[in-house]
Design a protein around this ligand. Structure first.
Ligand code: ASP
Length: 353
């Protein structure tokens, strides 16, 4: 009988091989490491001001419209769509609702007709488009997007902007498109009040709309759309369509949309100032926005607020007015609505998928 002699080294060598093999197999069969949820985020606003005198049903309607607006953004972002598309889609919902100082619900000038401004900006390329003093455009934010994408310019105003709209197949709407009884009554009251004061400071609710978004590719975008301030002079343009004042986006710092008395936001280049503080001073977004809105603007009696978002998905919504309606979306579909008054409890809902 042949005796197989096993060297004393054989057993430890086999054991080591088995252990190595097992480790290899375990690596092959183990569940893949959980992938981090794709990060995206969005914040929208429905205007800064005083909502105390706004009937609760109207606050409710605005909240519902903002929920619908941010859901439109969510459905784009969760499928990997761009922040620009999300911003435009959300703003269009609010423009079309007739509930805000924007699009269909735009406030009137002293002459009793709406004149609207809007801007959109791409944080990746710094491309931007805006329109000002348009009177027959149902969706100024859409026209601003076309200015950005189809012209070599940034800002088109008045008739030139409307001629361009026609060239892009956009139908001009009649002034009656913007008529609603609530706004007309409010306009008449404002007309009476304006006889007593020429102050720019507003003590009513406002309804400029804006959005900032971060998409899964890490790109920021911002947009704002407004009918401007109550009883503004015909031809007056506010901060919303001025890149750097009421609207700004840069992937290296942040995206901002502002609301408030635009003259202060223009003089202080508010949106760009917040982003440049983040970029050059390396302060947090929260601190930068707070310093500008709650210190610099307050010192000048500049009323309003901003929504701001950075490339990490951090967001902030400071305002120095009694209220500013906002909705914030997280990648898990949670939407938090707040700000119609400083003390109102936030309402959290889940986005309809
Ligand atoms: N900022 C806008 C403007 O001055 C108005 C507003 O946000 O209420 O045109």
């Amino acid at each position: 009988m042949k005796i197989i002699r096993i060297s004393s080294m054989f057993i430890p060598a086999v054991a080591a091989l088995l252990v190595l093999n097992y480790a290899h197999l375990a690596r092959l069969h183990a569940a893949p490491p959980p992938e981090a949820a794709p990060a995206f985020a969005m914040v929208i606003h429905g205007g800064a001001g005083n909502y105390d005198r706004m009937p609760s049903e109207q606050v409710e309607l605005r909240r519902a419209s903002m929920t619908k607006a941010i859901e439109a953004g969510y459905n784009i972002l969760k499928r990997g769509g761009t922040s620009l598309d999300a911003v435009e889609a959300a703003i269009r919902v609010m423009e079309d609702s007739g509930l805000f100082d924007s699009g269909r619900g735009a406030y009137y000038t002293k002459d009793g007709v709406p004149e609207m401004d809007a801007a959109i900006m791409d944080g990746k390329t710094l491309s931007a488009g805006s329109v000002a003093s348009v009177q027959h455009i149902a969706s100024p934010i859409h026209l601003a997007r076309l200015v950005m994408e189809k012209t070599p310019h940034v800002l088109l105003v008045g008739e030139g902007a409307e001629e361009f709209a026609k060239s892009q197949g956009i139908e001009l709407v009649s002034p009656y498109y913007f008529y609603n009884e609530r706004e007309w009554e409010r306009f008449k009251k404002a007309q009476e009040a304006a006889k007593k004061t020429s102050s720019l400071r507003r003590d009513e609710e406002h309804g400029t709309v804006g959005a900032v978004a971060l998409d899964q590719a890490g790109n920021l975008a911002a947009g704002t759309s407004t009918g401007g301030t109550v009883m503004k002079m015909p031809g007056r343009v506010g901060d919303s369509p001025i890149i750097g004042a009421g609207t700004y986006a840069n992937n290296e710092s942040c995206a901002v949309s502002a609301t408030g008395t635009g003259e202060y936001f223009m003089r202080n280049i508010v949106a760009a100032d917040i982003c440049e503080r983040v970029r050059y001073l390396h302060v947090s977004l929260d601190q930068a926005a707070d310093d500008v809105v709650m210190k610099e603007l307050v010192a000048q009696h500049g009323d309003g607020g901003v929504i701001a978002l950075d490339p990490k998905g951090n967001s902030t919504t400071p305002f120095n007015t009694p209220g500013m309606m906002t909705a914030t979306l997280r990648a898990d579909g949670t939407i938090t609505l707040k700000g119609w008054t400083k003390t109102a409890q936030p309402v959290t809902v889940s986005a309809t998928k």
